[in-house]
Design a protein around this ligand. Structure first.
Ligand code: GCU
Length: 361
C-alpha cells in the first residue's frame, strides 16, 4: 500500500545520484554531500562558516536546581565572525547522578527555563542533560536580516538566491551549543540529540543533517518544509509557507510555489541526510496543518539511506499508523500522538525511550 502511495507522489529516489547512477554503500557520504548541497541551494540557504572563535561565560549558576539533583547554568555564548561578533544566552541543566550523560540540544520557543515545552526535571531524572536556547535570542522570527546574528552575517548585503534563511541561522546557533558541549567531560559526546518543535523541528532536522556531531536529530510536529513530503501534501503547502515566511528559506525556494513536482528533492532528502546516524519524527493526529501522513511517508522514503549501512531503517507496517502507535525498532523512529500541535511530555518520553534503546556505545 505504501509503495503505491510513494509512487503516486513521484518522489526523487534517495539512492540515485543526480547523474542517474545508483548509490552503493561505499558512496553514501558522497550522496549525502549531494543531498546537503541540494537542500542548501534550493531550500534553506548555505550555512554560514563556523566562527573564527567562540567564547562561553557562565553568568548565573544554581548548584541545587530540581531539589539538588541538577546543576543549572546560564551561559553567554559569544561568536567572533569576520564581520563582527554576536552574543546570546543559553541554559545548561546537567543531572548530577549520571555522568557522563546523554544530552539534548533543545532549540526552544521560550524562555525562561523551564517552560511548557520543556519538562527539565523529568528529562534530567531520566539521566539526560538539556541545553536550551530561545531561538529569538539568536535572530528575530521576522523578515529582517539587519539585526541579531543575521545582521552580523549579512552586513547589509542583499539576499542572493542561496543566502541562508532564518532556519539555517537558528540551526547554526544549535551547532555552537554543540561546540560548548564538546568542552564538557560530563556529557556523553556519542549521544547528543538535537530537538525542536514545529518551525524549530524543521530547524533541528537541518542542524542534524549538516552537523555530524549530533548522534540523533528529532523533529516534533515539524510539517511543511520539515519532515513532511511536500508533493501532494495536505494542510500547509509551499505556496503558504514561502509566502508567509519567505525569510525562513533561501530565495530559491520561491521557485517551487505551486510547482512541487519540479523539485529535484523532497523532504525525505533532509531525513536521509542524517543517515547513518539516527532520526526521529513525531506527529500528532489532529495536526492536519503539518500532515502526519506526509511526515510518516518521508520516513518510509528515507529508510533506504539508513538500510544502506546494514542497519534497520524505518521498521513499519504497510499502512498508515494508528493513533498511539510507536515505531522504535529501526534507526528511524516515529510516533503518532493523539491531540493537537504541541510539544508534550509524551513526546519527550518517546524521544528518551528511543535514545536509550539506540544509544551509541
Ligand atoms: C505555522 C507554520 C508552520 C510552523 C508553525 C510553528 O503554523 O505554518 O510551518 O511549523 O507555524 O512553528 O508553530
Amino acid at each position: 500500500m505504501l509503495v503505491e502511495e510513494l509512487k503516486r507522489r513521484k518522489l526523487p529516489d534517495v539512492l540515485t545520484f543526480l547523474d542517474g547512477s545508483k548509490v552503493s554503500s561505499d558512496r553514501w557520504s558522497e550522496r549525502r554531500q549531494e543531498l546537503l548541497r541540494i537542500l542548501a541551494e534550493e531550500e534553506y540557504g548555505e550555512l554560514y562558516e563556523p566562527p573564527k572563535s567562540i567564547d562561553f561565560e557562565i553568568v548565573e549558576t544554581e548548584e541545587n536546581y530540581c531539589a539538588g539533583k541538577v546543576v543549572l547554568n546560564k551561559i553567554m555564548l559569544t561568536v567572533e565572525l569576520d564581520s563582527g561578533s554576536y552574543s546570546f544566552p543559553f541554559y545548561a541543566a546537567i543531572p548530577k547522578a549520571v555522568r557522563p550523560c546523554p544530552a539534548f540540544v533543545h532549540i526552544n520557543f521560550f524562555e525562561p527555563y523551564p517552560n511548557k515545552y520543556m519538562p527539565v526535571e523529568e528529562v534530567c531524572d531520566n539521566g539526560f542533560a538539556v541545553f536550551s536556547f530561545c531561538y529569538k535570542d539568536v535572530t528575530s522570527d521576522e523578515d529582517d536580516f539587519a539585526h541579531g546574528l543575521a545582521g552580523v552575517m549579512y552586513q547589509g548585503r542583499e539576499r542572493t538566491p542561496t543566502s541562508p534563511g532564518k532556519i539555517s541561522i537558528w540551526a547554526w546557533a544549535a551547532m555552537r551549543i554543540m561546540d560548548y558541549i564538546q568542552t564538557l567531560e560530563c556529557v556523553d559526546l556519542k549521544n547528543v540529540a538535537v530537538v525542536g518543535h514545529s518551525r524549530l523541528g524543521k530547524t533541528a532536522l537541518v542542524a542534524g543533517a549538516f552537523d555530524e556531531r549530533f548522534a540523533f536529530a528529532i523533529s516534533n510536529n515539524s510539517g511543511c518544509s520539515g519532515a513532511a513530503i511536500s508533493r501532494d501534501k495536505q494542510g500547509e503547502d509551499i505556496r503558504v509557507i514561502a509566502t508567509i515566511r519567505p525569510y525562513w528559506f533561501c530565495p530559491n525556494y520561491q521557485k517551487y510555489i505551486d510547482n512541487e513536482h519540479s523539485m529535484p528533492f523532497d523532504q525525505h532528502f533532509l531525513i536521509a541526510a542524517i543517515a547513518p546516524r539516527k532520526v526521529y519524527v513525531s506527529s500528532a493526529v489532529e495536526d492536519v496543518w503539518a500532515d502526519p501522513y506526509s511526515e510518516y511517508l518521508a520516513c518510509v522514503a528515507a529508510s533506504p539511506a539508513f538500510e544502506l549501512s546494514g542497519e534497520k531503517g524505518f521498521v513499519h507496517p504497510d499502512r498508515f499508523p494508528e493513533v498511539g502507535e510507536k515505531l522504535h525498532e529501526g534507526w528511524v523512529g516515529y510516533h503518532l500522538r493523539e491531540g493537537t500541535h504541541y510539544f508534550s511530555r509524551y513526546d519527550w518520553q518517546q524521544f528518551m525511550d528511543f535514545i536509550k534503546k539506540h544509544k551509541n556505545m
